[in-house]
Design a protein around this ligand. Structure first.
Ligand code: CA
Length: 256
């Protein structure tokens, strides 16, 4: 694992940050690529020790857990996570003991799947798996974890479906890139809180993702171009936010 910062931001709002615990480098990098493509910030760990360290310093929304790891059983990590007491109200203690966990098992690993679910896994997927099935299972898990019966987020003329990764503006679909979508979702879920560039970077990117220094500005620029200049406000030198009052729909052009 690369040197990530211990004094990085603690992000209290929901975004999609995934930890992949997998010792097979091919599977790990394939998972990382698929998840990043879908807009997740992804970190990978090849061992239980590395995973526990990552969980202790960074907030993740979901963990994908291999069961056979060089330093022990994935189920031991799961049990350790689930044993942690709930954090005191108002504290954002890490790791989250109730974080959704998806275990990855071998085709003949029926007993693993049963003990995994009994140990607190939320779901499982059988290797080798289809990336689209994996993404659908993650969306379903995150939806359940969010506890929302209606997963849609409405803001003025925008309707965002976090599960389907779609955005409509005044009923018309607006295609967004994975990072653009994640950035929009993060800002909408935090509204009207101002989020610093560092917090947005932490929400959108893994520890080891190469990051252009102006990446956030570029995504904000694209979002404004696609969704309207007034949606996202800049607080110069501080960060960005989406106000609670949605911008009024654009006035019809006056005709003479
Ligand atoms: Ca393994």
């Amino acid at each position: 694992m690369n040197g990530f910062s211990l004094n990085g931001p603690r992000v209290p709002f929901k975004h999609m940050r995934a930890l992949v615990v997998e010792d097979d480098p091919g599977i790990a990098s394939g998972l990382q690529a698929s998840l990043r493509q879908a807009g997740y910030a992804v970190d990978t760990c090849p061992s239980l020790d590395a995973a526990w360290l990552a969980l202790a310093v960074e907030p993740f929304d979901v963990m994908l857990l291999d069961l056979g790891l060089p330093d022990g059983e994935g189920l031991d990590l799961l049990a350790r996570l689930r044993r942690r007491p709930a954090p005191a109200p108002g504290r954002d203690d890490l790791p989250r003991h109730d974080m959704p966990v998806l275990i990855m098992t071998a085709r003949d690993g029926v007993s693993d799947r049963i003990s995994g679910l009994d140990s607190g896994a939320d779901d499982y997927i059988v290797k080798p798996f289809d990336a689209n099935e994996l993404l659908a299972r993650l969306r379903a898990m995150l939806r359940r974890a969010g506890g929302r019966s209606s997963p849609l987020i409405q803001h003025g003329e925008l309707v965002v479906d976090p599960a389907a990764h779609t955005v409509r503006r005044a009923g018309e679909p607006v295609p967004l890139g994975g990072k653009e979508f994640a950035l929009l979702l993060t800002l909408l879920q935090a509204r009207p809180q101002v989020l610093s560039k560092a917090r947005l970077e932490s929400a959108l990117y893994g520890f080891d993702e190469g990051l252009e220094s102006n990446a956030i500005e570029v995504h904000i620029h694209h979002l404004r171009r696609k969704l309207g200049e007034s949606l996202i406000k800049t607080v110069r030198g501080v960060g960005y936010f989406v106000p609670l009052d949605a911008p009024a729909p654009p006035a019809k052009a006056a005709r003479r």
